[in-house]
Design a protein around this ligand. Structure first.
Ligand code: PGA
Length: 250
């Protein structure tokens, strides 16, 4: 195992897709689990069922920053736990853009998730415009700092960072291996500057057009510990293949 003793984490983000039927198909395909790989599926809230989580872990695609009360349409971290979730995605770029979620709100959501015992999958990533303007690293650092700086060591241990360049999401064009390693190394250094031990062990996921044809090369990179998969997580066999490729890299 290359970086620590946490192994690989492969998370599928179904976005606003899927059905009970699809969830059952996943249960069948993943019935025996995958050696050395933690597999997580983040379906829409309506598909989260306590009884369905025996092999794959389940996560929310989002979480409310509030604990309870008059927040129509929201789902709290405690409710996700109650439904059997172990993870929650926070700060996905689609929510940052479509729901205008800012760094402060995302930081609050991350703390809410962590404090309920969930592992927060914090998404960060730049637009093409930011990359071209030469502000890539200062931008990513500001996203990281806003979400992570106020966390104590124990809280930080419940975070996974997913680097998802916006220009690579859903386009079929993943970032190059060099681009991914460069950013992942930067993220690792940043988290190590907060806490060396947590930074060295933190699972860093890459997301953005991950598919069987590029997964193996991405999983070989020193600071890539898994993937956040969108489109390719909707086909059980394809997602299984990606998880299997991670298993081979252990
Ligand atoms: P994609 O999506 O794999 O379809 O590019 C990734 C994501 O949005 O998490």
């Amino acid at each position: 195992m290359k970086h620590d003793d946490h192994g690989f984490l492969i998370a599928g983000n179904w976005k606003m897709n899927g059905s009970q039927e699809l969830f059952s198909q996943f249960q069948q395909v993943f019935a025996d689990g995958i050696d050395g790989v933690s597999v997580v599926v983040c379906p829409p809230y309506t598909l989260i069922r306590q009884e369905s989580h025996n092999v794959i872990s389940v996560g929310g695609q989002d979480v409310s920053e509030q604990a309870s009360g008059a927040h129509t349409g929201e789902v709290s971290a405690q409710m996700l736990c109650d439904a059997g979730c172990r993870y929650a995605i926070v700060g996905h770029s689609e929510r940052r853009v479509q729901q205008q979620e800012n760094d402060d709100l995302i930081a609050s959501k991350l703390i809410a998730a962590i404090n309920s015992g969930l592992t927060g999958i914090l998404c960060i990533g730049e637009s093409e415009q930011i990359r071209e303007s030469g502000q890539l690293f200062s931008f990513l650092e500001s996203q990281l700092a806003a979400a992570l700086k106020q966390l104590n060591k124990q809280q930080l241990q419940q975070v996974v960072v997913a680097y998802e360049p916006i220009w690579a999401i859903g386009t079929g064009n993943a970032a190059t291996e060099q681009q991914v390693q460069e950013v992942h190394g930067f993220i690792r250094d940043y988290v190590c500057s907060l806490d060396m031990e947590v930074g060295s062990a933190m699972q860093l996921l890459y997301g953005g057009s991950v598919k069987p044809s590029n997964a193996s090369a991405l999983f070989s990179l020193p600071d890539v510990n898994g993937a956040l998969v969108g489109g390719a997580s909707l086909q059980p066999d394809t997602f299984y293949e990606i998880c299997q490729l991670a298993s081979e890299k252990r």
